[in-house]
Design a protein around this ligand. Structure first.
Ligand code: PAF
Length: 283
């Protein structure tokens, strides 16, 4: 039976004796609205750790003023079922006041290209909010391992840098993108899509795979790979491209004219009012 706790104190009281017995703890940070993609992270954690803690917290500091913080789906009852089904043990579902007790606060911010490119251009405060809340969760849970999805590839790069720079004593585990049968990357925001938008959005995965095929067959020209991806996405009349970009890994370094493996090809595209992201590693 999954235990659901809402305060830092309760969670620490549960974890302290377990850690004293030498048990390993996996943390899966989420904003709830759990779907099969999250279930993959949770079940991987439960296989690799004695205890799995899933945090469910819609983090206000990572949403910009005109973003979907209020509309973001909140489905705690169902989330508890998903955690249970995937083998998780504890859900930590704090209030905003619990996580941000006062208005004067400490930020954790990763600087440089890594937070400026891709989503950083249109979401300038997003990664500061993510780094801050994830630091808090790392300090509250002190996990052995923490699990993140490759779907948020830029978030993964930012958090890898943060773990390194801040000497967090844990292993960051990156889990491959979970996709629907159609190829659409699983996301809590898919619930905003109409049936038509959902079916058109499958073009993202198709475009990324086309680019990968071209790269694998010897095309390492940056402009050409970007154009192949953009053209395929534009075959959907309702796709409104925010970006199609490619950066070197690790750390999202700028590429000149040629793509070196491994590089991240990432897209952000609107279908109606819904902004979707997806990516593939060219290697
Ligand atoms: O990926 C997410 O769902 C969020 O950005 C995270 C890591 C839970 C921080 O709020």
């Amino acid at each position: 039976m999954v235990q659901c706790v809402h305060t830092v104190k309760e969670l620490r009281n549960i974890l302290k004796p377990l850690k004293a017995q030498g048990k390993t703890v996996g943390l899966v940070p989420t904003m709830g609205a759990l779907h099969p993609g999250h279930a993959t992270l949770i079940s991987q954690s439960s296989k690799q750790n004695d205890i799995t803690v899933v945090s469910v917290f819609v983090n206000p500091t990572q949403f910009g003023p005109n973003e979907d913080f209020d509309a973001y789906p909140r489905t705690l009852d169902n989330d508890l079922k998903v955690v249970e089904g995937a083998g998780g043990d504890i859900v930590f579902a704090p209030s905003p006041k619990e996580m941000y007790p006062s208005e004067d606060m400490t930020w954790v911010e990763v600087t440089g290209n890594i937070t400026k490119v891709l989503c950083g251009k249109t979401r300038p405060i997003h990664f500061r909010g993510v780094a801050t809340v994830v630091s808090k969760l790392f300090n509250i849970v002190a996990p052995t391992k923490a699990y993140f999805g490759q779907k948020d590839a830029q978030q993964v790069e930012v958090l890898k840098r943060m773990v390194k720079d801040m000497f967090f004593d844990l292993e960051l585990v990156v889990v491959p993108i979970a996709r629907e049968q159609s190829g659409l990357a699983r996301s809590s925001r898919n619930t905003y899509l109409s049936d038509e938008e959902k079916s058109q959005a499958t073009v993202l995965c198709a475009a990324l795979n086309l680019a990968l095929e071209s790269f694998k067959s010897g095309n390492n020209d940056l402009e050409s790979i970007i154009n192949i991806t953009k053209q395929k996405i534009s075959s959907s009349e309702i796709a409104d491209i925010e970006y199609v970009e490619c950066y070197g890994l690790p750390g999202l370094y700028e590429l000149k004219d040629k793509i070196q493996a491994p590089s991240l090809l990432a897209v952000a595209v609107r279908f109606g009012n819904t902004r979707l992201i997806d990516n593939i590693i060219l290697e």
